[in-house]
Design a protein around this ligand. Structure first.
Ligand SMILES: [Zn+2]
Length: 267
């Protein structure tokens, strides 16, 4: 097929018109700056077409790409209308699906960072407990906890280990799962993630769920050292097993941890 300069120019003209339409319809600054950028591209392409017939094919492809980009933009402009900004305590911005705009989808939230870049990315709930909900966007790495931390009530007599429904019990079984699988555990306290190797999980004389761990990294401040720690499990906000080999048992570990009155599992 022989494509003339006239065709190239008319394609460019239609791309230019698309940009104008976009600018007339929307007044969002992001869209406008994008449209201005596209207009500049098209202008350059037009100049090129006039100057050289040889680059026609390349120019046409560029126009095609620009049109696709505009289409994607227009689709997003429609899609974004389905969401509204929501502020979760203590001040975390997310976009939630509007009522009546579900189109058969379950309620969900999307990332505000990605939204502002014209990308729809679901927010995943990574943990829930002690009044907090953990949110994560895998597209941009956004990671926040919403809600207010509530210190769990420790109120358990020595006779009912295992019978209680407190969060600590759930984390006890997850910590033991990490130990069994030989994987690292990622517990979160007060919004800070750590990576630890579980050596023993149990409870103190007072009935508090604890674990003996070797901390690999993480913590409340960058200066926090790796090494042996005794951690409360009933104060954990969330914990999950991660795909990282545990090097347990580390040197210096002794079975039958003296800090524990009752041991659920040990290496
Ligand atoms: Zn994101």
């Amino acid at each position: 097929m022989v494509v003339g300069v006239t065709d190239a120019l008319s394609a460019l003209k239609s791309a230019g018109e698309l940009v104008k339409t976009l600018m007339d319809l929307r007044d969002v600054s992001v869209v406008q700056s994008k449209a201005i950028e596209l207009q500049r591209e098209i202008f350059t392409a037009q100049q090129g077409a006039l100057a050289s017939q040889e680059s026609q094919a390349a120019l046409l492809k560029r126009v095609g790409d620009l049109e696709k980009e505009l289409m994607r933009f227009e689709n997003w402009e429609t899609e974004k209308q389905r969401y509204e900004l929501e502020t979760l305590p203590p001040g975390i911005h997310v976009y939630r699906l509007k009522q009546g705009m579900e189109n058969g989808e379950p309620p969900h939230k999307i990332c505000a960072n990605c939204y502002n870049k014209g990308v729809k990315s679901l927010l995943h709930v990574t943990g829930q407990g002690s009044g907090l909900t953990g949110w994560r966007c895998y597209a941009c790495g956004f990671k926040e906890d919403s809600g207010q931390y509530v210190r769990p009530q420790v109120n358990r007599s020595r006779g009912d280990w295992g019978a209680s429904q407190r969060g600590g019990d759930m984390w006890t079984s997850i910590a033991c799962e990490a130990l069994r699988k030989g994987k690292c555990l990622e517990p979160r306290y007060d919004g800070f993630a750590r990576v630890v190797e579980v050596h023993a999980v149990g409870a103190t004389q007072e009935g508090n769920d604890i674990m003996r761990i070797w901390q690999v990294r993480g913590g409340s401040n960058s200066g926090e050292r790796a090494g042996w720690k005794l951690m409360r499990l009933d104060e954990t906000f969330s914990a999950h097993v991660i795909d990282e080999e545990s090097k347990a048992p580390r040197a210096g570990y002794k079975r039958g941890d003296k800090a524990m009155e009752f041991i659920s599992c040990q290496i």
